[in-house]
Design a binder for this molecule. Structure first.
Ligand SMILES: Nc1ncnc2c1ncn2[C@@H]1O[C@H](COP(=O)(O)OP(=O)(O)OP(=O)(O)O)[C@@H](O)[C@H]1O
Length: 327
């Protein structure tokens, strides 16, 4: 594993050491089992450090321990053992001081309130009334002000949670699968909104099941499974270990050879092959290949296949075996 404690403390503007945004050491969480068997070990010894301004994805399958770890960071759940500091403070202190806030998967919204009413009522708790119009605009819900929460889609409700999280103007945003239940378009829109927030130097830690989301948004990915960190690497490195996206489309039979030649000439296409009148391009240039297929090459029924989380685990296991190390 890459040094989990990279970027521990940074020199601040005036040469003073600044506390890491997040410092987690030896974190372990056991829940009593539901069926009387041994305890459920949700988190099994996590060490991780996040520097101010970093954007980090916690990537892992269902039940990996991501939510439990984030809940402990937010002071919602006590750890069984281990230590957590958020900007040098205990989690609850950091939350109370408005230094960290969260967009959680579900809950936290009253269905009968309208969108703006919801934001205003939480703003009153934070003494942040003046920020209401700004956070609604930034979260992209200004047009939904009068809509009842119960009439908002899942994606719109997540945007509302996002607006609430922005109210205290936190230094750290924690997002637990913020795009769960959104379709691909809504996911993309959500991350575009988030991107603008991180330009302001905010630290963002988010949990996701999607390697694609980690790649689009987080320079660093912490891969978690069975309560442990399996890898902590630059996302690009993880991504190239896993393999490239594949783009396939059907072209007119007579043009297959020409299409293959054209695809091979596209920057970033490593391989192009045909299966009948279906042509397939593989490589980091898959977006350009898709564009060529749909515009100049007369392709249709376009399909883009991204490497899956399973393939990330598989590639890491292979990599560790090849290097004889225990990543
Ligand atoms: N309150 C609880 N009581 C008992 N077991 C729990 C509790 N909360 C979580 N667990 C168990 O702890 C493990 C880790 O769950 P956690 O929700 O942290 O994983 P996750 O990576 O966030 O999963 P998902 O992606 O599905 O949200 C799972 O086996 C889960 O069933």
């Amino acid at each position: 594993m890459r040094g989990a404690l990279d970027g521990a403390a940074r020199m601040g503007e005036h040469g003073a050491m600044t506390a890491p945004a997040l410092r987690v050491r030896g974190l372990r969480k056991e829940y009593p089992s539901r069926d009387g068997a041994g305890p459920v070990v949700a988190v099994d010894g996590i060490d991780v450090e996040v520097a101010p301004g970093e954007i980090v994805a916690f990537l892992g399958p269902n039940g990996a321990g991501k939510t439990t770890t984030l809940d402990i960071v937010l002071g919602l759940v006590p750890p069984t053992s281990g230590a957590v500091e958020v900007l040098g403070l205990a989690p609850r202190q950091a939350v109370t001081a408005g230094k960290v806030s969260a967009v959680l998967q579900t809950g936290g919204l009253l269905r009968d309130l309208r969108v703006e009413e919801t934001v205003r009522s939480i703003a009153a708790l934070h003494g942040a009334d003046a920020r209401v119009p700004e956070v609604m605009r930034r979260a992209g819900i200004a047009d939904l002000a009068r809509r009842k929460v119960s009439q908002c889609s899942g994606g719109e409700q997540q945007r509302l949670r996002f607006a609430l999280a922005l109210l205290p103007d936190p230094q750290i945003l924690v997002l637990d699968e913020p795009t769960a239940g959104m379709d691909a378009g809504a996911r993309r829109d959500f991350w575009e909104t988030m991107r603008a927030e991180t330009h302001a130097g905010r630290t963002v830690v988010f949990a996701t099941h999607y390697l694609e989301e980690a790649q689009a948004f987080a320079p660093r990915t912490v891969l978690i499974d069975h309560g442990r960190i399996r890898a902590d690497r630059p996302t690009d490195e993880l991504r190239s270990l896993v393999g490239d996206r594949m783009v396939a489309a059907t072209v007119p039979s007579a043009t297959v050879e020409g299409a293959l030649a054209a695809l091979r000439a596209v920057d970033g296409v490593r391989e192009a092959r045909a299966e009948g009148d279906r042509v397939i391009a593989v490589g980091p240039g898959s977006d350009a290949a898709a564009l060529a297929l749909l515009t100049t090459l007369g392709g249709h029924d376009l399909e883009v296949t991204a490497p899956s989380l399973e393939s990330a685990f598989f590639a890491l296991t292979e990599d560790a075996a090849a290097q004889g190390s225990n990543r």
